[in-house]
Design a binder for this molecule. Structure first.
Ligand code: 9MR
Length: 573
């Protein structure tokens, strides 16, 4: 079923619509002749549900744990639900009409939802591009149906159905052309306009548990083609990609003093976008998880961990001979709401150390390095004169003072004794009070015997004012060498205007920093923050579809930009 063309899909939509003269209203029957059913395919047995966050395959089906994953706002407020998608599991490719049947078993007050996605979400941890799809489930004793049209994070249509639904409910959805038929326990509940939700002829699966209970069990999940429809089940692609001998990573490995060439990656596009996967594995010898290791992903509820997306990134690194630079254990952003809640100082400290032990312990031996403390320096002038010594007074600082940094590094070292431990910071590539305060902090940490090995210089250049001089950066790297510390370029991206010369400015900035890193013996790696403008963190992600950024070495269509060639030139000198 590979390579279905849009034309074929359109024709089948028209054909299927003939079965469905009455679309858009809720009725008790579909109004058309019963389509012939093909054989059903089991989507649980023998399929991969083990890499799906919050899910655990059992003999009774797949147990779905309540994760409460949300995209929290930076003030810690509610945010958008972020239920996981089983991207490493099966998805359907179909044309014409298809029927999906599920059995939802509940033993407590959990609200049980099955998501059928027509395309996959793009997940940033402060925003999720909710794709086209439908969600069916049982909530508060009612069957519920929601449809997203891919133009907002809110559902375009929601319906609930009261009924005598027990602990074990069979739901079915038929995708028939542009119509959707919903069935519960053998009764048709309604027929809905499907818009173009499944117009790509694909269905990915997700599941979510909400409400007061602990979870539910997906007892059965099957799919079958209807009428003249065709259907195939596809598994996720393998993670190993073909290697070249002449990519950035190869040139960096061939330097007299080899360094690692890295980039920030996300599990979603790795599993769904072949060009992303191939370029990432071919060109880079190190990866930083852009968001998938952050607390709101890995510990969405206190004591409930979900490492599956992070594990996928580690597996990708292992399959392609890359190192993982893990990011990040202690930060003031990307925290689940529970972590920000009021608590005693002692509890706050326990939350931090428990998190470090659990997360660094989980990845122990499989990651080379950790950003233990991210962005400890303050943005407020007053923190440089009020006794805080430039250290940001966030929740961890409030509970422990500057010693939170000592405790974090000591705990990380115990949890993964072989990982190289970094402090990661922005805006310290150039001279100024921020750098002075960081250097003074590093001297204090060294003086107290804190096990810190190096500093990551993020090198984000978002505005013309951020364009730092490579020589200023070189002085910082050397200052660290004087303290016996390593340095790395950890998150470089260079946002530019759209003038003809802008891409050259961008290329020069990337090349200048890489050159310093290759020349200074304590600089270990050079990483960009993403590599294609298609998913960069500078994209305008609050619009549907997102507006691409322009800060990275590859354009949204994976064409190498001048910055890429400039990086090669530095390595190939
Ligand atoms: O690129 C990341 C973006 O998707 C997240 O929403 C954001 C908050 O977690 O973090 C971005 O990455 C940041 C990194 O973790 C730390 N340094 C600055 C990066 C760019 O904002």
């Amino acid at each position: 079923m590979e390579g279905l063309s849009v034309g074929v899909r359109r024709r089948s939509v028209v054909a299927a619509a003939a079965w469905l003269p009455f679309v858009g209203a809720s009725t008790s029957c579909t109004g058309g002749p019963e389509p012939v059913r093909g054989p059903a395919t089991d989507l649980l047995e023998g399929r991969d549900w083990a890499h799906f966050a919050g899910a655990k395959p059992t003999s009774a089906g797949v147990r779905i744990t309540r994760l409460d994953r949300r995209i929290t706002r930076q003030d810690g407020g509610g945010g958008q639900p972020n239920p996981p998608v089983n991207l490493r599991g099966p998805h359907l490719v179909f044309r014409g009409a298809v029927r999906i049947e599920a059995r939802l078993r509940r033993t407590d007050d959990t609200d049980a939802y099955l998501h059928l996605y027509g395309e996959t979400p793009v997940v940033y941890d402060e925003w999720r591009q909710e794709p086209r799809g439908v969600r069916i489930g049982v909530a508060g004793g009612r069957v519920r149906f929601d449809r997203w049209d891919g133009d907002s994070d809110r559902p375009a249509a929601t319906r609930t159905f009261a009924g005598d639904f027990g602990e074990d409910v069979r739901l079915a959805v038929e995708v028939r052309g542009s119509g959707l038929v919903l069935e519960a326990d053998g009764t048709v509940l309604g027929t809905f306009a499907g818009r173009d939700v499944f117009g790509h002829g694909r269905v990915w699966f997700g599941a979510d548990a909400q409400g007061d209970g602990e979870g539910w069990t997906l007892g059965e999940l099957r799919a079958l083609p209807l009428g003249r429809g065709r259907m195939a089940v596809q598994n996720a692609p393998g993670l190993e990609v073909p290697r070249s001998t002449d990519a950035l990573r190869d040139l960096a490995a061939d330097l007299e003093r080899p360094i690692r060439l890295g980039t920030a990656l996300a599990a979603g596009p790795l599993l769904t976008d072949g060009a992303y996967r191939r370029t990432a594995g071919e060109e880079f010898s190190m990866l930083t998880p852009e968001n998938d290791f952050k607390p709101q992903f890995v510990q969405p509820r206190r004591g409930v961990f979900a490492f599956e997306e992070g594990d996928t990134l580690v597996a990708f690194a292992e399959a392609n001979g890359m190192q993982v630079h893990a990011h990040t254990l202690v930060w003031f952003e990307a925290l689940p709401a529970w972590m920000r809640a009021e608590m005693t100082d002692a509890d706050r400290r326990r939350v931090m150390t428990d998190h470090i032990r659990a997360v660094a312990g989980h990845f122990r031996g499989r990651v080379a390095e950790w950003d233990v403390v991210n962005e400890p320096m303050s943005d407020e002038d007053e923190d440089y004169t009020n006794g805080n010594l430039g250290v940001r007074p966030h929740l961890w600082f409030e509970a422990m003072g500057e010693r939170y940094i000592d405790i974090a590094f000591r705990t990380a070292r115990e949890a993964d004794p072989h990982a190289v431990l970094y402090l990661n910071e922005y805006g310290v590539e150039e001279d100024g009070p921020r750098w002075d305060a960081l250097l003074a902090l590093l001297i204090r940490l060294r003086g107290r015997g804190v096990p810190i090995d190096g500093v990551g210089f993020q090198n984000h250049e978002y505005t013309a004012g951020d364009r730092t001089d490579p020589e200023a950066f070189r002085r910082k790297v050397r200052a660290l060498a004087g303290l016996g510390l390593k340095a790395r370029v950890s998150e470089m991206d260079v946002l530019v205007g759209d003038g003809a010369e802008d891409e050259d400015v961008q290329a020069r900035q990337f090349a200048g920093k890489l050159a310093v890193c290759t020349e200074e013996p304590n600089c270990t790696s050079f990483s960009t923050w993403g590599f294609t403008d298609r998913y960069g963190s500078t994209a305008d992600i609050r619009t549907y579809p997102p507006g691409p950024g322009n800060a990275l070495p590859w354009d949204p269509a994976y064409e190498a930009k001048p910055a890429y060639w400039a990086l090669r030139d530095v390595l190939d000198r």
